[in-house]
Design a protein around this ligand. Structure first.
Ligand SMILES: O=C(O)CCC(=O)C(=O)O
Ligand SMILES: [Fe+2]
Length: 365
């Protein structure tokens, strides 16, 4: 089906690949009406069920980076960041300077949105030809397994990328809370990328320059409790296609799991910390030294969980591939491709219900 869109060029392409999602029921509403049933469409194939896939044999925690030490040029902390990006692809940051109140207001804004009536939430529904709004992403067939969660996806930066018709103005303080959090996450993500740039043999602005435009979007997730958490996934396994992702999650409910040493490892929340992970673009720029790790979210029988994933992404018009400084003593492992083509590839596979592959990798050809 060809979509009629008014935007030209890249925007049109993006809408074309992104905009095919079928409408699906709200999981939150389903659970409100009947908290026991788990419809067939949500029951994962055997191998993907939370308890059937191997858990990581090590009982370890992802690295914790002290952001205040990092930005003050502490050498040990910089080395810790390097280790985290190489061995884990995931870490938590503490002492990041984002005020507790800002984190609290952001979570409260998301909670307030999801507590609106269904009719009210539907005013911000994601239409077929857009990726922004309230709903579920990448649903293309009646057979496809569905995630046990609802979401609202918003472009947050640059300002001209925002489409305010999807911003729930019936939630008092929503815009202010997102604005403030967005600015803070931008500061934090720029500092992290500045330090990664140094580690990758560039100057501090290396990664920022490669982005041309630093784009930021937020996926706000709401996972209702599930009577059979052993059968469903809040978000099925994926890696993030952007540069880095910053995740804000509930302090007291574990849901995120990451692939580590061949098994799934739960990430235990640290109150007021932020979880950071490497996306496919940084993996490619770093020539595969930094890893974009598969992750998923599981549910539980008792409590709803919320999270906000903030994606930092480069302009779709750029070309991505390993930077020179990462190919000095290592052969090229990734090819150069237009970032837009990469996004199309990733989304195309999602739309076809296929497993994710990082087609930038030369060995995977
Ligand atoms: O909710 C979570 O813990 C993970 C969310 C996530 O991976 C995403 O939105 O990309
Ligand atoms: Fe993710």
């Amino acid at each position: 089906m060809d979509l009629e869109v008014e935007n030209g060029g890249i925007e049109e392409d993006r809408v074309r690949v992104w905009g095919k999602s079928l409408p699906v029921p709200s999981v939150q509403e389903m659970v409100r009406n009947d908290s026991e049933s788990v419809p067939e469409r949500y029951i994962q194939e055997n191998d993907n069920r939370p308890l059937n896939s191997a858990l990581c044999s090590e009982l370890s925690e992802i690295p914790v980076i002290d952001f205040s030490l990092l930005i003050n040029g502490n050498e040990d902390e910089l080395n810790k960041l390097d280790f985290a990006c190489i061995e884990w692809g995931f870490f938590q940051i503490i002492n990041h300077g984002v005020a507790e109140e800002v984190l609290h207001d952001m979570k409260a804004a998301v909670a307030a949105f999801f507590s609106l009536s269904l009719d009210e939430k539907k005013k911000y529904s994601m239409p077929e030809n857009d990726l922004q709004g309230y709903g579920q992403a990448y649903v293309v067939s009646e057979e496809q397994k569905l995630d046990w969660g609802d979401l609202i996806f918003l472009m947050t930066s640059p300002l001209e990328a925002r489409n305010m018709k999807y911003w729930p103005n019936s939630v008092p303080g929503f815009k202010e809370a997102v604005d403030e959090y967005s600015r803070e996450v931008e500061r934090v993500s720029e500092e992290i990328m500045a330090n990664m740039s140094l580690l990758m043999g560039m100057d501090k602005n290396g990664l920022k320059r490669l982005h041309v435009v630093m784009k930021q979007s937020m996926r706000m997730n709401y996972y209702p409790p599930c009577s059979r958490p052993d059968l469903v996934l809040g978000v099925s396994s994926h890696s993030d296609g952007g540069s880095i992702t910053i995740l804000l999650q509930d302090d007291d409910i574990t849901g995120l799991q990451i692939k580590h040493k061949g098994g799934w490892l739960p990430v235990k929340p640290i109150p007021n910390a932020l979880v950071v992970n490497i996306g496919d673009a940084v993996e490619a720029w770093s020539n595969g030294i930094y890893k974009s790790i598969e992750h998923r979210a599981v549910t539980n029988a008792n409590k709803a969980r919320m999270s906000v994933a903030t994606f930092v992404q480069a302009d779709e018009g750029i070309e991505i591939g390993p930077v020179e400084s990462m190919m000095q003593d290592r052969p090229r492992m990734y090819k150069n491709v237009k970032y837009l083509d990469y996004i199309k590839h990733v989304l195309g596979r999602k739309m076809d219900g296929k497993a994710h592959t990082n087609f930038l990798k030369l060995e995977s050809e």
